[in-house]
Design a protein around this ligand. Structure first.
Ligand SMILES: Nc1ncnc2c1ncn2[C@@H]1O[C@H](COP(=O)(O)OP(=O)(O)OP(=O)(O)O)[C@@H](O)[C@H]1O
Ligand SMILES: [Mg+2]
Length: 263
């Protein structure tokens, strides 16, 4: 059964989408069967995987509203790279409507994504969900559907801001909606080896946060910022870049995470 990982942090611009796209692609490159799920109305994961989000008739939103089934909105091989077993449940700005509509219309609005993914998770080794920068119904759906939450933390001065709120939310969801939810771990992003600040942030978070922290630290790398505008993940855009090495190392660590020993 596929491991469902929600990549979440309500802080904007910390590297959630970059991590979701590239972790998904690097896992797929290593032979894992991967489903990428875009739960952000910005649709950055969708366009970053080469899909024109505005031309889509069926998206995760139409599936959540029961206007199509999950198979009808799934894009198999969005990158047209048949060597990588990667599929996508795409999103665009229509998903913003879900916040209000699902709350009003659905019986159990927190469980909609969980029920959709239950129909397909068996076909995958990993399901990677890119969450929006908010702790609203879309993030609650993602965490309710997930086995674990992976938290990207940007190496900048305010890195710890908001983490208490995030941990509180994760624990609340664990208590009320998803008893088996665990924190997969924390991954540092946009690390700049030339500054003391990046090092200080890593030390500070390590001293103040009682969570598993991935050994892999994702460097600040301009190739990672460029890749989405070509609709490619980093391993296909610049396979030899420092960013590609970072996300390949992270994929190895995720595959071997002790949290899943015995599964
Ligand atoms: N390691 C990196 N090196 C250089 N640029 C990066 C790196 N990681 C992310 N970026 C850039 O930083 C910006 C924010 O990253 P990203 O979109 O992944 O964050 P996010 O948390 O998904 O944002 P949002 O909260 O808006 O969804 C983007 O322009 C991205 O290209
Ligand atoms: Mg994002």
């Amino acid at each position: 059964m596929g491991r469902i990982i929600a990549v979440a942090n309500q802080k904007g611009g910390v590297g959630k989408t970059t991590t979701s796209i590239n972790l998904a692609a690097c896992l797929a490159e290593k032979g894992q069967k991967v489903l990428a799920v875009d739960m952000d109305p910005q649709g950055n994961m969708t366009s970053g995987l080469g899909v024109d989000k505005n031309s889509l008739q069926n998206t995760i939103y139409t599936a959540m509203c029961e206007e199509c089934n999950v198979g009808e909105c799934m894009i198999v091989h969005p990158l047209e790279n048949k060597k990588m077993n990667l599929s996508l449940l795409p999103a665009n700005r229509d998903l913003a409507g879900a916040e209000v509509e699902l709350f009003i219309e659905a019986d159990k609005p927190q469980y909609i994504l969980k029920e959709l993914l239950a129909k397909v998770r068996d076909k995958f080794d990993f399901v990677i969900i890119d969450c929006p920068p908010a702790l609203g119904i879309l993030t609650v759906n993602s965490m309710t559907a997930a086995d674990t939450v992976l938290v990207p933390i940007q190496c900048e001065f305010f890195a710890l801001d908001g983490l208490t709120q995030l941990m509180y939310t994760i624990n609340l969801i664990k208590k009320k909606l998803n008893k088996s939810l665990e924190i997969e771990g924390v991954v540092f992003t946009m690390f700049d080896a030339r500054t003391n600040l990046s090092l200080e942030v890593v030390e500070n978070v390590k001293n103040n946060l009682d969570q598993f922290i991935y050994k892999t630290i994702i460097p600040r790398n301009v190739r990672l910022a460029e890749a989405p505008s070509f609709g490619l993940p980093i391993n296909l855009y610049d396979s030899r870049s420092a960013g590609a090495k970072g996300y390949r190392d992270l994929a190895d660590e995720v595959i071997n995470n002790k949290l899943y020993a015995g599964l």
